[in-house]
Design a protein. Structure first.
Length: 390
């Protein structure tokens, strides 16, 4: 018998002991899967709030999805018994409309993680290496390692920015150059002019290589001169831009992302994509999120306010928090980041994992103002406890 939204919510409430299950729709994204063997960490990775833990570990939107996206999810359950062919097409069209491109320029996937993985699989080989910074988001590196593809990993520079010159120098003979801009975990970003200059250098040094620009944190970035590389990707067959609904749209647990590129490049990627990889329910939430400019602006403002508060608080306490254009900060903790992570978790605050080769830094996501006001005294207390003058 069909369920109304009211009856569905009633059932959902009963299933979880009187608490609505809607927060589980946002759940947690791919990064949460990096939890270790500790039982509490495994529970966190499963997407549940455990004993009031403040979750600053996976760069998620702490405010969750919009009410419009949630309504779309509830309405979509009537089609849950059907394979998502129509919803795939609807999502592709909604993304194309949002960015002013054609449907043929869009590839959808289960989070941007799928598009990063399949680009690595499609364009690298035993004789065409991956170029990715050290450190950066590991998805392409993980895929290349699994496939035993060669990797060149230029270190970030002294300001924790991608070393674009070193990446260009490493590109001859490459199959894929991965550019995370803004970069995870360092939070640094480049203006579009610098990114396109890198693209030009790679095109000349390694004509067969593809360049993948990951813009997962695009909506949070307020660096002067920063902009999307999507227009360039429409005419340059070597260029791919990836985006996600996991960050500012608050859909990390639902797994929806996409790539935009020249139609021929999309055709080259399509065979590597898992068919029906995005559920009809996920597609409904993502389609609804494509028309939420006011929501995006509001979330960006909220993040900027809390981010600035967090940076100011950490630096005022005598510790170094690096400038960032994302929804997380990188903090110099002066110790093994894994041990620091465990110490914070023991006090009720989950922070990000280690990112080699940074061996004295920790990544901390930006939560709500209330979460940061409660979490920062704990984090700073642990840091002060480790200082000689603490």
């Amino acid at each position: 018998m069909p369920h109304s939204r009211r009856s569905f919510l009633g059932t959902a409430t009963a299933l979880v002991g009187g608490a609505t299950m809607i927060p589980m729709l946002q759940a947690r994204g791919m990064e949460a899967s990096w939890a270790g063997t500790d039982p509490l960490e495994r529970a966190l990775a499963g997407g549940f709030d455990v004993n009031g833990i403040i979750r600053l570990n996976s760069n998620e939107n702490p405010y969750g999805p919009s009410s419009k996206a949630i309504d779309a999810v509830l309405k979509s359950f009537d089609a849950a018994n059907r394979y998502p062919r129509d919803s795939d097409a609807a999502l592709r069209s909604a993304i194309a409309k949002r960015h002013g491109v054609k449907d043929e320029n869009v590839l959808i996937g289960a989070g941007s993680g799928e598009t990063l993985r399949i680009a690595t699989e499609a364009f690298t080989s035993a004789t065409a290496h991956l170029v990715a910074a050290a450190p950066t988001f590991e998805n392409p590196i993980t895929a290349a390692t699994r496939l035993q593809r060669p990797i060149k990993a230029p270190k970030v520079d002294a300001q924790f920015r991608l070393d674009l010159d070193a990446m260009a120098a490493a590109s001859p003979g490459s199959g894929l150059v991965f550019v995370c801009n803004p970069n995870n975990p360092t939070g640094t970003a480049y203006p579009l002019s610098d990114v396109l200059a890198l693209v030009d250098k790679v095109n000349r040094a390694s004509p067969g290589a593809r360049i993948l620009i990951d813009e997962a944190y695009f909506e949070y970035c307020d660096l002067p001169g920063y902009d999307t590389a999507i227009p360039a990707a429409l005419s340059n067959k070597s260029l791919i831009v990836s985006r996600t609904f996991s960050k500012i749209f608050g859909l990390a647990g639902m797994r929806a992302g996409y790539a935009i590129a020249h139609a021929d490049t999309i055709k080259a990627l399509e065979p590597w994509r898992m068919a029906n990889g995005v559920s009809a329910i996920t597609a409904a939430a993502a389609v609804a999120s494509c028309d939420l400019d006011d929501h995006v602006k509001r979330q960006s403002v909220l993040n900027r306010e809390v981010r600035e508060f967090t940076l100011k608080t950490v630096n005022a306490a005598g510790f170094k928090a690096h400038p960032t254009y994302t929804n997380f900060i990188l903090v110099e903790v002066g110790r093994d980041p894994n041990e620091f992570q465990k110490a914070c978790l023991a006090k009720g605050v989950a922070i990000g994992r280690a990112f080699p080769p940074l061996d004295k830094h920790a990544r901390i996501s930006v939560g709500t103002m209330d979460e940061m006001q409660r979490a920062l005294p704990i984090v700073l207390g642990i840091l002060k406890g480790g200082r000689a003058d603490g």
